[in-house]
Design a protein around this ligand. Structure first.
Ligand SMILES: [Zn+2]
Length: 330
């Protein structure tokens, strides 16, 4: 009797969590549809491609969501232009909405929706203002890159946005939130939460990731829509790959046996795509292997526009594993 009640309870939980996830995704899809029509509208006026605007917008939204010193987003557009930048540094009124006086004081704020006001809280005004700034450098990618560098003054930020541009351009839409588990579910593997465990090799370090134990040669797959940002050897991680997605996560795969054929830095990947295989490489000069049992070390990192930090992949792995299992049962 108790067992039966437990089963019903578990089924109910599964039903609701699945539907909450589905509802969140549907809401995000709807918002993305509205965002895309805004990008296209501004593209028509400024000739800055929609995927460039999408990339900047998504980057800024991601940064805002992890920073405490920037107010949370209100509308559809995530781009945050500080008041002094909008109104002009020497403007005595940082809440100035007059396009004429903003221009006199050297502010970047513009009127995008034609209501005569340059409103820092209006989605169209903000998006148009940024697109207008970019187009003052030119509308090709090389000039956009220079404009981005002048604006952000950080190589990593420019690199991330350029990566986002390539991803959006490649897939042609904004709904890229699906994930896959890094090894095939039918493979023999095991993993547990090892976040923060002490590590012996290479001095005092803590474990920043989850180890998925599996045999040599078990396929390793991309977990997200993203761009290959790094591929090569490191004395800790051995042969490793780094993939950055559009949702502010850098996915790190280490101790690989090898890489999938033709995989290269700058390549666009999708969830489930083969990128390499499980191995035991690392803990020495290039080619070192076999110093520990074969496993995939999987790490996740976030960026806030200033620094990058790691967070525990374990709950995400559990979620993707469950989602993939549910999908295969349908
Ligand atoms: Zn590990």
């Amino acid at each position: 009797m108790f067992f039966k009640q437990m089963m019903i309870f578990i089924l109910l939980i599964a039903f609701f969590t699945k539907n909450i996830e589905a509802a969140i995704q549907m809401d995000e899809k709807k918002r993305n549809q509205e965002r895309l029509s805004l990008y296209r509208k501004v593209e028509a006026i400024t000739q800055i491609p929609w995927y460039v605007l999408a990339a900047v917008d998504q980057y800024e939204r991601n940064v805002r969501r992890v920073r405490k010193d920037i107010p949370k987003e209100v509308g559809l557009i995530g781009i945050y232009i500080p008041p002094e930048k909008w109104a002009g540094p020497s403007n005595p009124h940082y809440d100035d909405q007059s396009p004429v006086s903003i221009q006199i004081f050297g502010g970047m704020g513009k009127d995008g929706n034609g209501d005569g006001k340059a409103d820092r809280t209006n989605d169209e005004d903000v998006l148009y203002t940024f697109a207008d700034y970019l187009s003052s450098y030119g509308i090709d990618l090389e000039n956009i890159k220079i404009a981005l560098w002048d604006y952000y003054q950080r190589d990593k930020t420019v690199g991330i946005i350029i990566g986002h541009i390539k991803i959006y351009k490649h897939f042609g839409h904004l709904n890229l939130f699906e994930h896959a588990f890094p090894v095939p579910l039918k493979a023999n593997y095991s993993y547990r939460s090892t976040w923060g465990d002490a590590r012996g090799w290479g001095g005092r370090r803590i474990h920043e990731g989850t180890d998925i134990f599996a045999s040599y040669g078990v396929p390793v797959r991309a977990t997200c829509y993203g761009i290959v940002e790094m591929k090569g050897w490191n004395r800790y991680g051995g042969w490793r790959i780094g993939i950055r997605d559009i949702n502010n996560t850098y996915h790190y795969f280490a101790h690989l046996n090898g890489f999938s054929k033709d995989l290269h830095v700058g390549q666009i990947v999708k969830p489930g795509q083969l990128i390499g295989s499980v191995g035991s490489s690392g803990y020495g000069p290039p080619g070192t292997a076999g110093k520990f049992p074969p496993h995939l070390h999987y790490g996740m990192y976030k960026d806030n526009g200033r620094t990058e930090w790691s967070f525990d992949p374990y709950p995400h792995l559990r979620l993707w594993e469950r989602q993939e299992r549910q999908k295969s049962m349908k």
